[in-house]
Design a protein around this ligand. Structure first.
Ligand SMILES: [Zn+2]
Length: 314
């Protein structure tokens, strides 16, 4: 009997867009497993990344899931550290944001992309095998990795391009988080622009398997937006585990993401998230709005001073 393809719900866009909480909501559904930002598994497990803890609170190398995934593809005799160096070097050389268009046009266009695919294919299948998941939610967000997914054997990717007002994103980067450094508004917005441009190229390439969602629409009606993601990947019969904006989050095994991933229990999805309006200096707001043009406008954000004139970012 042939196995059905493994579905991957890939959440793209630039960081601080709410992907961790959406991934963790989906993680509560039977048959779903949120891997977090899988791209960083090798780097973080080696201790070079922003955080070496799994969402379950254990170091990645001690987690019951990742301790079994990390040895996959490692040649006999090669140390875990040397293998991590190889994987990270390959990621940097072949699947960064700037490589997205090349992967979209030419697929596995060189030996390096083929080698990376030869690692990621068994990794995804082994995670599904270990966890019993039929849908893996990957919130890596690196567009080069996302573009590669259709070229992995037995994988069926679905894309959620998650955008958030660049001023709110800049506001989030304005303050350092538990294990993330601060970033200026112009730098955050330059990344925002590049990642969203590349994510848009992917969803245009796969329109039947893609949707674009604004974070602001998610927090306005989280249950409806999560339900639309379930329809996208053919899991519309699943019940969204949200009740009056509250979700009971169990333990997750996410590789990096928002520091909140380490907490569980009853979690409220707030209906507003606009502290940036008061906390982000006006020149930083202007920089974010100007540098994100024209995508800022295309996603429905508006720059309005003084009174509020509609639009989620007004
Ligand atoms: Zn874990």
């Amino acid at each position: 009997m042939t196995r059905p393809p493994l579905k991957i719900l890939c959440i793209t866009g630039w960081c601080r867009n709410g992907s961790t909480i959406i991934g963790n909501i989906l993680n509560e559904l039977p048959g779903f497993f949120h891997v977090g930002e899988l791209h960083f598994l090798w780097k973080n497990a080696a201790g070079w990344g922003a955080n070496n803890l799994c969402g379950c609170g254990r170091p990645l190398i001690e987690c019951p899931i990742w301790s079994r995934i990390l040895p996959l593809g490692r040649p006999a005799g090669l140390s875990a550290e040397s293998f991590a160096e190889t994987v990270v070097a390959r990621q940097r050389a072949y699947v960064r944001t700037r490589h997205t268009w090349r992967v979209l046009r030419r697929g596995l266009y060189c030996a390096g992309t083929r080698e990376h695919a030869d690692l990621m294919t068994p990794v995804y299948h082994a995670i599904a095998e270990l966890t019993g998941a039929r849908v893996l939610v990957d919130t890596t967000k690196i567009p080069g990795e996302s573009a590669l997914l259709p070229h992995l054997a037995g994988i069926e990717p679905y894309y959620v391009h998650l955008v958030r007002d660049p001023r709110a994103v800049a506001g989030s980067w304005h303050q350092p988080k538990d294990y993330a450094y601060a970033m200026s508004s112009s730098k955050s917005t330059a990344y925002w622009y590049g990642f969203n441009l590349a994510a848009g190229a992917i969803t245009r390439r796969h329109p039947q398997r893609s949707m674009t969602v604004r974070y602001e629409d998610f927090i306005a009606d989280p249950a409806a937006i999560v339900a639309s993601m379930l329809r996208l990947c053919g899991a519309e019969s699943a019940v969204v585990p949200l009740r009056d904006r509250v979700i009971e989050l169990g333990v997750n095994h996410t590789v990096t993401g928002n520091p909140d991933r380490l907490r569980n229990g009853a979690t409220v999805i707030r209906d507003t998230d606009d502290s940036w309006k008061a906390n982000l200096p006006r020149p930083a707001k202007l920089a974010a709005a100007a540098l994100s043009w024209p995508l800022f406008w295309r996603y429905g954000y508006r720059y309005v001073t003084g009174r509020r004139l509609g639009g989620p970012g007004a």
